[in-house]
Structures are given as C-alpha cells and as structure tokens.
Write a protein that binds this ligand. Structure first.
Ligand code: GSH
Length: 220
C-alpha cells in the first residue's frame, strides 16, 4: 500500500479535490497543511516552488494540482469509464481550469491577509466596496462566460455527473469551486442552479460525509 502525503496551505482551493478523492476512495493519506511560515523555508526544495505537492512513499513527488488529481483518479477508479470518456472529462476540467486561472486575481485578492487559519468576514471588512469592485472585474465576467458552457456539458451527460458512467474526479474539482463561489459571491452562484444542484449531489456522497462534517470552514 503506497504511503501518500498531500501538502498544501490551510485552505481548500487547489488541494481539496485531491482530499475528496482520498476520502471518497477511503484511502489513508497524510493531510499536511502548512502555514506560510512553515512553507517558505522548504519552498525551494519543491519541484515547482508551489503547493499542492503529493509525495508518494516518501520520495516520488507530483507538484502540479491537475496532475495530482489525474494520478489519484487513475489509482482509485475515478477517471472516465473509457479512453474517450476520460478525454471528455479532461476537456471539461481543462476548460474549467482556464476560467479559474482568469479569475485567480480575485481569489488572491480575497485571500489577502489570510495567515494560518484566520478567515476574515469580508462583509465586515472596511474594504468591502473594493471586494465588490474586484468581483465585478476579475470574477463575474469569467463566470458568465464559462458557466453556461459547463452547464450545457453537464446537461448532456446521461448521469448526474459530468461523465455518463458516473462520478469522476472532475465532479470533485468543479463542485469544490462552485461551493467556494457560493461562499464568496452567493448572489452570483445562485444564477447557476444546475451547478449548485450538482455540487449538492457531489457533497452528499456518503463516503465524504464524515470528512465534510469535520473539516474546518474556509471560504476557498
Ligand atoms: N499550476 C500550479 C499552481 C500552484 C500554485 O499557484 N500554488 C500556490 C497556492 S494556490 C502556491 O504555491 N502559493 C505559495 C507560493 O507561491 O509560495 C498547480 O496547479 O499546482
């Protein structure tokens, strides 16, 4: 049985789909959450100077989040049922990630000042008007462009998930982001009920419940 360690910051964002895959598959892993102070001195020794990082058996490292998701999905049967389905869900994921990259300035802005596990309540933040401005500039236009296509792809599926054959890693990947969007911009998220429903279905999967009930709240 391989020994897995998943290292990331004390937030969900780029590591949470991998955490969900582990919990779904009921595979043991070390869920290492590093503060910025703990991360800084070891940053240069990681493959890309970034997190998340998956370490397998103490020496094999995967340092790109999408590759971590795909690797774990392959190990635990959460990739597509056929090569074509696998290609299809990868297209969905790449498209979604493209949007995430465009919206990233907003996520960086939102998370500014987060040290360790402190999550500011943004609506009590004196800079709240700035939050709205950043949202309109860096998040909303990308959601408006990409979400209708994502919804069309979801509706074309023969299952409740993005793949006809059922749940895959891409459902964890997309539903995590949608869930975070609900936290930070509920009025925007509510305009996409199909994705909220999908997120609800994914977050209701029995294998995930004890983790979801115990995980510490973070916006992203
Ligand atoms: N393409 C990379 C991006 C990783 C990334 O940007 N990670 C950020 C956290 S979300 C990071 O490592 N920040 C800390 C730093 O740059 O020191 C991936 O998908 O894994």
């Amino acid at each position: 049985m391989p020994e897995y360690k998943l290292s990331y910051l004390p937030i969900r964002y780029l590591a949470e789909p991998a955490r969900l895959i582990f919990h779904y598959a009921q595979e043991e892993f070390e869920d290492e959450r590093l503060s910025f102070d703990e991360w800084e001195p070891i940053k240069q020794s990681s493959p890309f100077n970034t997190l998340p990082l998956l370490t397998i058996n103490g020496h094999q490292q995967i340092g790109q989040s999408m590759t971590i998701f795909r690797y774990l999905a392959k190990q635990f049967g959460l990739d597509g049922g056929t090569d074509f389905e696998d290609a299809h869900i990868n297209c969905v994921a790449e498209y979604f990630r493209e949007m995430m990259e465009k919206a990233r300035p907003f996520v960086r802005f939102w998370n500014r000042g987060i040290v360790e596990e402190t999550v500011e309540k943004k609506d009590q933040d004196p800079e709240f008007p700035l939050v709205v401005q950043q949202l309109k500039l860096h998040l909303e236009p990308h959601i408006r462009e990409y979400f209708p296509v994502i919804i069309k792809l979801l509706k074309e599926s023969k299952s409740d998930y993005f793949a006809d054959s059922g749940v895959t890693w891409v459902d964890f990947f997309i539903s995590e982001y949608v869930d975070s969007l609900q936290n930070v911009a509920p009025e925007l998220a509510e305009q996409y009920p199909e994705l909220l429903e999908h997120s609800k279905i994914v977050h209701s999967i029995p294998q995930l419940q004890s983790y979801l009930e115990s995980r510490k709240y973070t916006d992203w």
